[in-house]
Each structure stands twice: as structure tokens, then as C-alpha cells.
Design a protein around this ligand. Structure first.
Ligand SMILES: [Zn+2]
Length: 486
């Protein structure tokens, strides 16, 4: 199987195939509907966002000879095909980075006055237009000031700031946004599924984050991983190949901050050093993890059970991290900066930060009172006492019980400890127990009493329904007095 062609194979050929640039596509379709087309378009944005791809689609759409549906190029007419094959002189694509001199620009512009040979418009696509020399821009400007009716310029640039304002003011501008990781991930999923490439969800996330807004980079990286993966792309394989820290390491780093555990932190930093991971990237990954947790605090669906931190404290350490990010440019020792950033987070994190998260439903302990009383391993005397306790409040690591004054007076410290131990064992976490005076009656004792009452009633009803017994009762004029469990 050849994977090298993924980026080319999946390059969009129509506006509808372009992903992540909905506003630009909509505006372009709108422009195509205009009676008079603008003479110059400029596409700006970071690498791999689809500037030249969109410009090519636009060129095809402008000159397409078939009746256009939804402003899309047909891809089949002579004009569309000739642009695709590069076999028409009515469409010229020039890399301004390699042809930036004034002579070359003049040569190109020399052909401007001549009418197109077989199309409606002569279209010039200048990629990386900001690379043109000052003189080249001047001569281009002259043409743009009075463009012939049959000429359209399409410019693409990663550095719009370097394009002279005089040129910009004569263009319709489209700024392409860096693609969101989720959009890249969805597109990768679509492509992998179509190409019958096996993958795990983690690898999609890793690849789409690594691509940093560029679909092209996402595909180039994917190809690299595919060629080294046997059968399936996995998160682990992506980490290995790209020299990335494992998700576990990033999680452990964040935990060391939240738990204020400097030993764990030192250990983790050592791992960063010995594997030569990029400290700046580590901080970026940490910030992404914090962002995920922050979102999950308002959303039940994401598992966040390992990170108990108050939302406001999470915001605080996120702010500290993001503000230190810019110092990496200046720091001669990035590992030290990472260490200092994390120590700063620990220093500023209040002791009380490790509380239950905002969305407590997600982390609700699976414990029901009084039903779970029977699952507690207690001595007879303690069990008897506790059977009269009702639960007032249940927190992450604390349970408050209510009990009447009389019983409260007789509870000993060792009994409280016994209850704590039994609860900790059942819930598999360290639990603290407190008792308060309360006259609530939803305790195990009452629970059992009502349960057994209900069972007797049910048994009584069942017996009454038993026809032979009814007959017998009638015969002897008898009554059921009491039904008890045997
Ligand atoms: Zn066509």
C-alpha cells in the first residue's frame, strides 16, 4: 500500500470538501455569485491551512464551463481539467519565494494584456506573495491599479504583514484560521476509515495536536507513523516516533502539582531530562490537560476522577503556566524554567485546593445508606450502635452521621475508628467519620424494621391469595394472625 500520497490524495477538489474554513468558503461562494468578480483575492493564514488549495478551487470555479451547481467547479470540463493538469497558460501558478526578482515579475506581468486562450479569465496564482521584492510589488501594483477585465490575481501568504498596504487595499482578503485539533482529528478519522488504516482514539488526539492547526502536517505525520506501525497506529507508537512524553508522564506531572508532592515532581522532571523531551512542549501539554480538566468540571462525560482540584485553583495554575510559556524564548535552560514554573504553581496553590471538584455528581461515591450498612465489617456492639445512625452528609473522604444524644454519649473513640476502617475498606479510600446529634430515623435499624414489615405484609397477601388456604380458613372460620419469616 502506498501511504506517501495521503496529503495529495485527500486534497480537497471542491469547496464542499474543504474542512475547517466554513466562513471563507461561504464568502468565496458569495463572491462567485457576484456579477462582477473582484480582480484580486488574497488568502492569508499559517502553513497548511489550505490557502493554495482554496485558491486552486476558486480558479477552477471561476473558469469552469459547465453550469455550476452551488458555485462548485465541475472538475470534468476542459478548463477544470487543464487547471488540474497544469496544461493551460490561462492559469499560472508561481512560487513567489523562488521568483521574487523584479525581472521575473515583469516577465510574468508581460502576459497580462493578452486575452486568455480558451477560458473566460486569465488567472495568476502567486504563492508566498510576501516574498516578492519591493520593486516586484511596485510593478505588480501598477497592474492591480488598472487590471484588464480578463485578469484575476490570487495571492497566498503566511505573512500578510509583509504585503504592502497599497497591494492589500486592492484585494479581497480571506484570513484562514488555523484548524482546530478536533476538526483535524475528525478528518483523520474519516481518512483512516476510508483507507482502512487501523488506529486508536489516542493516536488521533496526539496526531491532531502535533499538527498545530495544519491538516497537511497532520497527514504528513500520519504517513510517517503509518510506515513505522505494523497493522495499527497507536498513541504509544506516535509518542515513540515523535519523541513525545507519554500521557502518563504529563498526568503525573500535574498530579505532583495538585498533590504538592515535590518528590514526585523531581522524579518526573528527571524523566523529562533523561529522555530529552522538549520542556516547552511539556508545559504546552500540561496546559492542554488542565484545559481538558477545566472543561470536564462542567461536563459529566469526561473522566476526571484522578484530578481533584477546585476550579478556581486550576485557573490559577493555568494562568501561571501560560504566562511562563513566553519565557522559553529567553531561557538558556528550558528544563530549569519548566521546574521553576511547576514549583511556582505548587507555591501559589493553596493547601485547601485538593477538594472535591465543582461537578460533584461525577465523583459521587457509590455508597447508599442505610442499604450498605450490611456490607460493613463491624463487631456486634459497634454494628448495633451504627444501626441507629442516619447519614447526614457524604463527601469525598468524610461521612457525617447523625445519632441520638443517648447513643452519642456512649460511642468510644475506638468504635469510631472501627467504623472508619470498615468504611475505608468498603469504599476503597481513606474515610473519616464524625457523629452529631440528630433525630433522623433513616437508619439501618428502621430500614430493617420497615423491610421486614413489608415482607410480612407481602407474605400475608400471598397466603390470602392462595385459594386452598382461603377455603380452609373459611371452613374453620379462621384468621391469619401474624406471618413471620422462618
Ligand atoms: Zn468545470
Amino acid at each position: 500500500m502506498t501511504y506517501q500520497v495521503l496529503a495529495r490524495k485527500w486534497r480537497p477538489n471542491t469547496f464542499d470538501e474543504v474542512v475547517g474554513q466554513d466562513y471563507v468558503v461561504k464568502a468565496l461562494k458569495g463572491a462567485l455569485d457576484l456579477e462582477k468578480l473582484p480582480h484580486a483575492f488574497i488568502f492569508s493564514g499559517t502553513r497548511g491551512t489550505g490557502k493554495t488549495t482554496l485558491a486552486r478551487i476558486l480558479a477552477k470555479a471561476i473558469n469552469c464551463t459547465s453550469s455550476k451547481k452551488n458555485s462548485e467547479p465541475c472538475g470534468k470540463c476542459d478548463s477544470c481539467l487543464s487547471i488540474k493538469n497544469g496544461s493551460t497558460i490561462d492559469f499560472q501558478e508561481v512560487d513567489a519565494a523562488s521568483r521574487r526578482g523584479v525581472e521575473e515579475t515583469k516577465e510574468l506581468l508581460d502576459s497580462v494584456p493578452y486575452l486568455p486562450t480558451s477560458s473566460q479569465y486569465k488567472i495568476y496564482l502567486l504563492d508566498e506573495v510576501h516574498m516578492l521584492s519591493k520593486e516586484s510589488f511596485n510593478s505588480l501594483l501598477k497592474t492591480l491599479e488598472e487590471p484588464p477585465e480578463h485578469v484575476i490575481f490570487l495571492f497566498a501568504t503566511t505573512e500578510i504583514d509583509k504585503v504592502p498596504p497599497t497591494v492589500l487595499s486592492r484585494c479581497v482578503q480571506f484570513n484562514l484560521s488555523a484548524m482546530k485539533a478536533e476538526i483535524i482529528s475528525d478528518q483523520l478519522k474519516l481518512i483512516f476509515d476510508n483507507e482502512k488504516i487501523k488506529y486508536d482514539e489516542g493516536s488521533l488526539t496526539k496526531l491532531s495536536n502535533l499538527a498545530r492547526g495544519s491538516m497537511r502536517d497532520a497527514l504528513t505525520l500520519s504517513e510517517k507513523v503509518i510506515s513505522f506501525s505494523e497493522g495499527k497506529i497507536t498513541e504509544k507508537k506516535v509518542e515513540e516516533l515523535m519523541g513525545l512524553p507519554s500521557t502518563e508522564l504529563i498526568q503525573s506531572l500535574l498530579k505532583s502539582v495538585i498533590e504538592r508532592d515535590s518528590n514526585m515532581l523531581v522524579q518526573n522532571i528527571q524523566e523529562v531530562k533523561s529522555n530529552f523531551y522538549d520542556p516547552e512542549q511539556i508545559l504546552i501539554d500540561l496546559l492542554s490537560l488542565m484545559q481538558e480538566i477545566a472543561l470536564s468540571q462542567f461536563n459529566d462525560k469526561i473522566d476526571q476522577s484522578d484530578f481533584f482540584i477546585q476550579p478556581q485553583h486550576l485557573q490559577l495554575i493555568y494562568d501561571l503556566g501560560i504566562s511562563n510559556l513566553e519565557y522559553f524564548k529567553l531561557s538558556p535552560k528550558p528544563e530549569s524554567l519548566l521546574t521553576m514554573t511547576m514549583l511556582k504553581m505548587i507555591a501559589f496553590l493553596p493547601e485547601s485546593s485538593k477538594k472535591k471538584p465543582l461537578n460533584s455528581n461525577k465523583n459521587k461515591i457509590d455508597f447508599n445508606w442505610p442499604e450498605d450498612f450490611s456490607n460493613l465489617d463491624l463487631t456486634k456492639l459497634t454494628a448495633q450502635l451504627l444501626s441507629h445512625a442516619s447519614m447526614i452528609e457524604l463527601q469525598d473522604s468524610e461521612i457525617h452521621f447523625g445519632i441520638n444524644q443517648e447513643r452519642l454519649n456512649v460511642i468510644t473513640e475506638s468504635q469510631t475508628n472501627e467504623v472508619e476502617e470498615a468504611l475505608s475498606a468498603l469504599l476503597k479510600r481513606k474515610m473519616k467519620v464524625t457523629f452529631k446529634i440528630s433525630d433522623l430515623t433513616d437508619n439501618p435499624f428502621e430500614f430493617e424494621r420497615i423491610k421486614s414489615q413489608q415482607e410480612s405484609k407481602q407474605a400475608e397477601d400471598d397466603l390470602k391469595e392462595d385459594s386452598s388456604l382461603s377455603e380452609m380458613l373459611e371452613k374453620f372460620d379462621g384468621k391469619i394472625k401474624k406471618v413471620s419469616k422462618i
